[in-house]
Design a protein around this ligand. Structure first.
Ligand code: FMN
Length: 134
């Protein structure tokens, strides 16, 4: 299974509505393609994890890279994993988006509890902590 992690910046001041649209589309497509993952959004940047078959994840990522709602996409990690870290969620983001500032690190800790790779886990947790503190 392939697992990707990237960050990007929003091109416009992304509204909750815009993120909601992205999530609706993501959940529909990802459920159909067997892709699971996590999307964190802090008002300026996205951090997303995608996992699933190599074909499904590559196809999804190529489509996401062409999306003009974000830019400056930087791939942080790409690796073959044995098991899913975000298996329960076609895209776990709503929980983060609905949470008040200071609870975000706690929620992200829960969401990343099953990320086996410590490096990947710390990248995601660090993203949540930096923004929560800003
Ligand atoms: C930050 C970000 C994350 C996205 N994540 C996903 C995703 O996980 N899955 C997905 O299918 N589309 C995702 N998209 C949307 C795709 O770029 C694209 O608009 C969508 O897949 C098109 O789907 P449709 O042809 O069904 O409308 C994301 C877009 C952005 C800006």
């Amino acid at each position: 299974m392939l697992q990707l992690l990237y960050i990007s910046s929003v091109t416009r001041a992304a509204s909750d509505e815009l993120v909601g649209e992205i999530l609706t589309t993501s959940r529909r497509n990802n459920a159909a393609a067997g892709v699971t993952g996590l999307l964190l959004y802090d008002g300026k940047r996205f951090l997303q994890a995608l996992e699933g078959s190599e074909t499904a994840v590559s196809t999804t990522y190529e489509r996401i890279k062409r999306d003009t709602r974000h830019r400056g996409i930087v791939l942080l990690s790409s690796k073959i994993v044995e098991t899913r870290s975000f298996g329960e969620w076609s895209m776990a983001a709503e929980k983060i988006a609905q949470a008040a500032g200071t609870t975000i690190p706690v929620l992200v800790d829960q969401l990343t509890a099953r990320v086996a790779d410590a490096n990947t886990r710390e990248i995601i947790r660090g993203f949540a902590r930096v923004r929560a503190a800003a």
